[in-house]
Design a protein around this ligand. Structure first.
Ligand code: FES
Length: 179
């Protein structure tokens, strides 16, 4: 300890600026570590809030959705469950797809999640925008292929689908391939 510091120590003077800054450094460092330790479990849990079909899986995860011969030109809302197993965590999530045929008979499935702020769109639910998907939250609307026409800045996401043994199966969500 320098003579100057010894004097300060014995005289009961307030700590010098330099000593205060050391304390601040320690408190910032320990505080930052604590915040990081608290943040890890929060971030870990947040990933479960993400739509499970948006999470990358190896080999795909096909879910039976609707009989192929029941699919019409008019989009239909089809609800299905996805069983998610991730280590100790298991959950059944209820999901929805709007499934339709195009003019060539090709089947496709769109996500109902509005690309503006995530409300749920419905088909043909607005008198103002007939034969379109409409979002009641802020008025976004989309064509049958999911192309955004107002408010939203991107088309509706599209499910990967396959038709097997007379059934339509859906899998991961991907950016819209139809518009
Ligand atoms: S969330 Fe759909 S228009 Fe805003």
């Amino acid at each position: 300890m320098t003579e100057e510091k010894k004097d300060a120590h014995h005289s009961g003077k307030k700590p010098s600026r330099r000593e205060m800054s050391r304390r601040q450094f320690l408190s910032y460092t320990l505080g930052g570590t604590g915040a990081f330790m608290m943040g890890v479990p929060i971030l870990y849990n947040l990933r479960f809030a993400v739509d499970p079909l948006l999470q990358k899986k190896e080999g795909g995860n096909w879910v039976k959705a609707i009989e192929a011969d029941k699919v019409t030109v008019e989009p239909q809302s089809v609800k299905f469950k996805v069983h998610v197993v991730d280590g100790w965590y298991e959950n059944d999530s209820d999901l929805e797809a709007w499934i339709a045929k195009d003019e060539n008979g090709k089947i496709f499935a769109l996500s109902p999640i509005c690309k503006h702020l995530g409300c749920t769109v419905n088909w043909n639910s607005s008198e103002q925008f007939p034969n379109e998907y409409f979002c009641p939250c802020h008025g976004a609307h989309y064509t049958k292929d999911g192309k955004q026409l107002a408010v939203a800045s991107a088309p509706l996401d599209e499910y990967s689908i396959k038709v097997e043994n007379g059934w339509v199966y859906v899998s991961d969500l991907q950016p819209n391939t139809r518009v």
